[in-house]
Design a protein around this ligand. Structure first.
Ligand SMILES: [Zn+2]
Ligand SMILES: [Zn+2]
Length: 266
């Protein structure tokens, strides 16, 4: 069986990952991958935005490091991508970055539910204790839906990242998920199955089996993602992610080249 591509991997330029792209690529080759993609955290217009993304001056270096990995691993298809934050008001910045290099795809991610709160940041976990989880999940999924509608992204990242620290609402969130799924379908955006959730407190793939099932029923295509922040995490738990996808009826994953999609048999 050919493994689906691991389309979500980070590099030390984001300041919280280890392993150069060529090292992650070597790991991917050893584990039988034929295709991967790097999608490090995009720079923001101000370098003091936060401390977990590449700086503006690092973008060209990032591209050069991915190109070096390509040269050193000619048997592996290596895609060039970014994980870009979707923050209302920053759309022009996303477009500007998107025009700078020949990206194969752009992953849209919601980490910020307000101007100042990145809800998955371990340093900001105390903020959760002052909030109603349902309000946070609602704000999160509203932004995720806007990201899907924005036309800026090929793939939406870790669709229920808000479960990371296990602050689950008592209320039924199905309507929030359904709105997002309708937007993804209508705007032809793919959703990733991201195994990093298994390495966090929530101990579950992003998104949950319920949401993956809803995506399959809506006909939203998928990609696979380890969200590796170290070489040893490349392709982590892909067996579980593939089993989850198959269990709800997926028989294909998406390949992206130059921001164009083709479907590949799973
Ligand atoms: Zn992310
Ligand atoms: Zn990521």
């Amino acid at each position: 069986m050919t493994l689906p591509a691991d389309y979500h991997m980070h590099t030390p330029l984001c300041r919280h990952a280890v392993g150069e792209p060529t090292e992650l690529a070597a790991h991917a080759v050893r584990h039988g991958f034929t295709e991967i993609g790097f999608s490090d955290h995009n720079p923001m217009p101000r370098d003091d935005w936060d401390d977990w993304r590449m700086l503006r001056s690092d973008l060209d270096d990032y591209v050069a490091k991915v190109e070096l990995a390509r040269r050193e691993h000619p048997s592996l298809v290596i895609k060039l991508a970014l994980e870009m934050d979707f923050i209302p008001g920053q759309e022009a910045w996303v477009r500007e970055l998107a025009a700078r290099h020949p990206w194969d795809y752009i992953i849209g991610a919601v980490h910020y539910v307000s101007e100042s709160w990145d809800l998955d940041n371990p340093k900001r976990i105390s903020e959760w204790k002052t909030r109603d989880p349902f309000e946070v999940w609602t704000a999160y999924f509203e932004r995720l839906t806007m990201a899907a509608e924005s036309g800026l992204f090929e793939i939406i990242a870790h669709a229920d990242l808000c479960k990371k620290f296990c602050f689950y609402p008592k209320e039924d969130c199905t309507p929030l998920f359904a709105k997002f799924m309708a937007a993804a379908k209508k705007n032809d955006v793919a959703m990733e199955l991201n195994t990093a959730g298994l390495r966090k407190d929530c101990k579950e793939i992003y998104p949950s089996p319920q949401i993956v099932r809803m995506a399959a029923e809506a006909g939203v295509p998928i990609t696979f993602a380890s969200d590796a922040h170290a070489p040893g995490e490349v392709g982590a738990n892909f067996t579980e992610a593939i089993a989850l996808a198959r269990s709800v009826g997926y028989a294909q994953w998406c390949r992206f080249t130059g921001r164009r999609r083709e479907m590949v048999k799973l």
